[in-house]
Ligand binder design. Sequence first.
Ligand code: NAD
Length: 350
Amino acid sequence: MHGVDMLETLRDHEEVAVTGGAGFVGRHLVAALSLLGKKTTVVDHAPLTEDVATLPGVRHVRADLRDYGETLLALQGTDVVFHLAGNASGTESVEKPRHDFHLNALGTCNVGNACLELGVARLVYLSSAIVYGTPLHAPITEDHPTAPFLPYGASKLSGELTLRALHATAGLPVVIGRSFVVYGPGEDPRRAGGEVSQFLRWHLGERPIPVVGDIDRKRRDFIHVEDLCRAMITLAGRGEAGGVYNLGTGTAVSMRELAEAVGAATGRPAKLEADTSSLEDSFTLLADVTRLTGLGFMPRVSLAEGLSTLAALLGPYPELPSARAVFRRETPVRRRRLSPVDEMAEVTSC
Ligand SMILES: NC(=O)c1ccc[n+]([C@@H]2O[C@H](COP(=O)([O-])OP(=O)(O)OC[C@H]3O[C@@H](n4cnc5c(N)ncnc54)[C@H](O)[C@@H]3O)[C@@H](O)[C@H]2O)c1
């Protein structure tokens, strides 16, 4: 189907579901779909906040996507599904990889299969640039090799591959979006590791901003959550079935530049405190957005604007970030296994 036809298709479809609609990105997407007049089912095992629950046309089905029966029931009657539910924390995936795999890989397989069984017209899967692993170059096009270094990246990639295989073998009408670093109102400072909110929170709390890594070499493509939601809606309407799209702005910002922008947004210079003991993620993570912009999408919220509105919302002395970036897991020291010969010696010496 041609892009423009698909846009018409989205317009026709009234019944939309958002998995993970109680989460940070999901809440913004549900609000955007409600504004467009869609009947939106939020599928999430967490409760909805009052502001989302009372939006026009929104209902909540409490379901755990690890359970296939619950997934099937929850998505019944929907035409377009936006699949966002899952674990979004790299740190949590390092500490609990099985939990991460169940939420991201198994949950996504269940959603894909349910969409096939129910004849859903379109599935949009929100994946992550984490699937690329350490970038070999910048900017990154969608055909850059995928070599995730965190369990989170592996489980997101597993979700992608499963959905693409369901597209190849059964025609699942899925479009995949790989989001770069999202920021905006509503991030949980105890879980979210995105630099924009973290930098603002430290600075508004009149603290120096701690940065692990090289403040010039560590560069990221920051996309405002409202732009991300518009990009996902664009994918639903115009994305090619089976296709993968980078969701970013096409601009890289270093940690030094971000701190300067935080200073400009708050009218007071920000102080960075760099810890160069780990340079693990001191690379440029920048999206090539040619495919996305080819669908007619352009980001609207500049970093300066996004920072000013977020700073005003957070106010003075917001809760300080407590999310840590963990790349290595503490594992117990293995007990030395006795070889069979040693074991015999043990037995005979008793
Ligand atoms: N936040 C980012 O910077 C970012 C960047 C790239 C991609 N993403 C992707 O976007 C999606 C949403 O991220 P977020 O930051 O809003 O995360 P979030 O943790 O705020 O929201 C995730 C939501 O999914 C729900 N959920 C998780 N497992 C579930 C299950 N088995 N059944 C039902 N509901 C379940 C949670 O209750 C939560 O409400 C994730 O898939 C993440 O991989 C996020």
